[in-house]
Design a protein. Structure first.
Length: 366
């Protein structure tokens, strides 16, 4: 008598083990493109191994980060465009590592859905692999979870986990930031991956769909709202790692603090790296408000305070630098492909003041 097919019973319950195994085979090519020094195992095992010594660190400190993509995923699902959302996932994690002076070493992803569609999952994970490749980070493992009854048909969710390292004497914490340090802003590629509950509400309230023509012109040549709103989060890792090598006469990094401008915008993220008693004065006239933000402000009837604490407003990363080194740091970043603006400086924080003040919003964000 033949053995009962246990997989078929599980499949009748809504979980297809064969599909999951097939996905692992499909993504191995994408994963292989992210291989780097230190990786000791291939995808598919119970755990992943990484040799930190082989990665070349003398006195390493591990830095970790975990994040998701938020409701930007809903736009990818509703427009049936899944190839870039994985880049967003990686960027949200590895950009948080590099702000502490850490090089991302490896990444693990979590993809959960009600019913596994290998075509969609492969596109999503190919984006994860692309984000890892762009940031020099190995995709060494992950989890694909099929959970019928938990997700609506067609829905999925993503989470990521990144581990990086920095030599102990090169960690960036912001504690060395001083009065008169210069604030550099690195241009965002678009909305990145925060504020999408607000973005989606504005689209709905204005009677638009993601197939609607983009009501603004941007540098990406976006034809539809989906084109514009799914532009992936910019990966700042490699340019910042180069800039972090610029040191003063005592060997200290001249980039003294970095802030990834995510949820909370400029107003909430920059203070996370400021020492007590200091603030930054920014000038909105020093960088352009991207067309997508001008449209969101107008269509959503947003005030300037909402803009500054919800959206990145065109600045995806902030670097606080020693004044005497700011030109060299800006040059290094530009040579690595970044668009860089000198957007402000550090000043003493007086009683009752906000730690981030932005001049000229009324005229520049009108």
């Amino acid at each position: 008598m033949s053995e009962p097919n246990q997989n078929s019973a599980y499949k009748e319950a809504g979980v297809d083990i064969d599909a999951a195994a097939g996905l692992v085979e499909k993504i191995k090519t994408h994963v292989g493109k992210t291989n780097r020094t230190g990786v000791m195992s291939s995808i598919g095992g119970f755990g992943a191994l990484f040799d930190l010594k082989a990665a070349g660190y003398n006195d390493p400190v591990l830095v970790s980060s975990t994040d998701g993509v938020g409701t930007k995923i809903k736009i990818a699902i509703e427009s049936d465009r899944h190839d870039t959302i994985g880049i967003d996932l990686v960027a949200m994690c590895v950009n948080d590592l590099v702000v502490q002076g850490a090089e991302p070493l490896f990444f693990l992803d979590y993809f959960a859905t009600g019913k596994l569609r290998n075509d969609v999952a492969e596109l999503v994970i190919s984006g994860v692999a692309e984000g890892c490749a762009q940031s020099g980070c190995a995709l060494i493992g992950g989890e694909t979870a099929e959970m019928p009854g938990l997700y609506a048909p067609g829905d999925y969710d993503l989470a990521g986990f990144a581990v990086g390292a920095a030599d102990r004497n090169r960690i960036i914490g912001g504690e060395k930031i001083k009065e008169c340090d210069i604030v550099l802003g690195l241009a965002a590629s678009g909305v990145h991956s925060n504020g999408y509950s607000l973005v989606r509400k504005i689209v709905k309230d204005n009677g638009l769909t993601y197939d609607s023509p983009a009501p603004f012109t941007d540098s990406h040549g976006s034809r539809t709202l989906a084109d514009a709103l799914l532009v992936p989060t910019r990966l700042y890792v490699k340019p910042l790692l180069s800039a972090l090598k610029i040191s003063d006469s005592e060997g200290n990094p001249t980039v003294r603090g970095l802030a990834h401008i995510t949820g909370g915008g400029l107003s909430e993220n920059i203070p996370r790296v400021l020492p007590e008693g200091l603030m930054v004065r920014l000038d909105a006239a020093k960088w352009p408000l991207l067309p997508v933000f001008s449209w969101l402000k107008s269509a959503g009837k947003l005030d300037n305070a909402d803009m500054a604490r919800t959206l990145n407003c065109g600045i995806g990363m902030v670097a606080v630098c020693a004044a005497e080194a700011s030109d060299d740091i800006a040059r290094c970043l530009r040579e690595a492909g970044e668009t860089v603006y000198t957007i402000g400086s550090v000043a003493p924080l007086r009683a009752g003041e906000d730690p981030v003040q932005i001049a000229n919003m009324d005229t520049e964000w009108a």
